[in-house]
Ligand binder design. Structure first.
Ligand code: SF4
Length: 249
């Protein structure tokens, strides 16, 4: 599928780095195979950072509002698909104020291909109304306020607060982060909320935002859902997946 022209992303310097998971693991990885948990977590973080330096959010956006909308649309949908839809959506309704008064059928048509389009259209218009009426047209910068926007749960709030505002309010737990955190043995939980709580306890706060970006890249490039490419994964010495029954499920 063709990649659309990329919107400017002023908060970051460069586009997402190409995955480099097949490069040899650093010597540090090999030496901590049997080490204690904190050392293993540090080694995982170091290796992820080495593999995916400068990664960023894959959803194209130019401001906090666009990232909020794009993240709402990304539920049960690929980022590539969302990036195909948002240019026309933001041409038609460039601001929260404009989207707040949009007709639902028009919005539905614009976001139709992202799936669950009726709900999503209702949510993005509702979010536009709350941002306009309650927050003066600006996406708020706290978790508590973000959660007042229709269609926004912790994941979307963490994406916007972390990727745009640079506020590490939590760890984004999407399907990749949930799956790989379990495979790596960072959590045994099965719900995003509980996985996030485990990750917040384990990871230093300054790594919360980038960790998610890195793991999402790893989930797309190497640790895919059905058949993870463990033979080419440099995290393998640190990974506990092979000991888990859910790994082959
Ligand atoms: S070793 Fe396999 S299961 Fe573990 S992170 Fe790498 S690809 Fe995923």
């Amino acid at each position: 599928m063709a990649t659309p022209k990329k919107m400017a992303t002023p908060k970051r310097k460069s586009a997402g780095a190409a995955p480099r998971a097949s490069v040899p693991a650093s010597s540090k990885v090999a030496t901590v195979r049997k080490s204690t948990a904190p050392e293993r977590v540090t080694a995982i973080l170091d290796e992820l950072q080495r593999l995916y330096p400068d990664v960023q959010c894959a959803l194209n956006h130019r401001n906090a509002w666009e990232l909020t909308v794009a993240t709402i649309l990304s539920a049960q949908c690929t980022d590539v698909r969302v990036n195909l839809v948002t240019p026309a959506l933001f041409r038609a309704f460039p601001t929260p104020r404009a989207m707040a008064t949009a007709s639902l059928p028009e919005l539905e048509e614009l976001v139709r291909t992202t799936g669950f389009f009726r709900n999503k259209a209702k949510n993005i218009r509702g979010a536009a109304q709350v941002v306009t009426e309650k927050f003066g047209g600006k996406v708020p910068q706290t978790m508590e306020e973000m959660l007042q926007l229709p269609g926004v749960a912790r994941k979307t709030a963490n994406v916007v607060l972390g990727s745009w505002y640079g506020i590490a309010s939590g760890v984004v737990v999407d399907t990749h982060v949930l799956r790989i955190s379990r495979r790596l043995g960072l959590t045994r939980q099965t719900t995003p909320e509980k996985v996030e709580a485990d990750l917040k306890r384990l990871l230093p706060q300054q790594r919360w935002v980038q960790f998610s970006h890195e793991v999402i890249h790893h989930g797309r490039a190497v640790c895919v859902a059905r058949k993870p490419r463990c033979a080419e994964c440099t995290l393998e010495p640190l990974c506990q997946a092979k000991d888990k029954t859910w790994h082959s499920a």
